[in-house]
Design a protein around this ligand. Sequence first.
Ligand SMILES: [Zn+2]
Length: 388
Amino acid sequence: MPADPLTIARDLIRCPSVTPAEGGALDYLADVLQRAGFAVHRMTFSEPGTPDIENLYARIGNAAPHLMFAGHTDVVPPGDTGAWQHPPFAAEVAGGLLYGRGAADMKGGIACAVAAVLDHLAAAGGRPQENSKGSISFLITGDEESVAINGTIKLLQWAAERGARFDHCILAEPSNVEALGDTIKIGRRGSLNGTLIVTGRQAHVAYPHRGENPIRGLTQILAKLMAEPLDAGSANFQPSNLEFTSVDVGNTTVNLIPGEARARFNIRYNDCHTQASLKALIERRAAEAAGSVRHAIAWDASNADVFVTAPGPFTDLVAGAIVAVTGRQPELSTSGGTSDARFIKDYCEVVEFGLVGQTMHQVDEHVPVADLQTLTAVYRRILERYFS
Ligand SMILES: [Zn+2]
């Protein structure tokens, strides 16, 4: 009998695993995977100032090629549970829809991957490939929705230190926009935060010649940075964009020229830039606009760099399986916010393909039960082609 993704998804949703709680979700997966022949490792990672996080790494087979399924069992809080028509951790099915926190993001996707792998193993005599080649692993973290410090990044390091080499990864995040099969995510823009600081000289407004108003210099630089595009986009990316998010003087006195003015900004950037070249470009433009105005740019330390898995054999294989099962030709997209793919890309080619993301993080999060069956069929097709 084929493995049932709906049963697995419901079992997972009933584990209240709001970050950082494990909620029983990893215990459940460990049990299912162990019974299928996986070597299962449970790791708890710690870092001062953050909660300890439980994670899971499971592998079957010990030869190449090595296909990894990655994901997270932690979920965002349900918010006001009274606003849910179907309780967030009850996993109710109504009108062909499975309701619950994590249904889309991303216990549903993990359930489909597990079901597809169980079916694949059953068909191949309990191994990834009948000739005993090939490995399949699950890399599941409980730390994605929060700070992502004690999760995927450390789990990958842990596995690599013990000799694991990954060839390809499917991250089962809800990549589709409107219908299952419409979108594979192959990369993400980078994200960079900075603060522009302009220094002037404080003075009484009645004697402006004794002061130097930093707001004048700030607006001059802002105008220049907002006016000039950063690039025109690239083969796989939309144009980069700089947005100012706050302008701060903090002056509560009506007759005082302030001594300093600041503006915060974020840049979402594509593969026309590296972080270093982008910083240099912004600093040069600011200097041009500033003239003699005293200014500085402070860059935040924690930023996500741009990455892309170039379209090629692996993206073709995944897209081909999607076309075969759904009839939809997926778009290869680099839009949206960050995910753990930003860590995985340092180890192997990674694409994101899962359920439809429309209701993720919302009240009454849900997915069509039919989509669970379809996604399982897509993963199954990918496994067949990958290991044939
Ligand atoms: Zn997610």
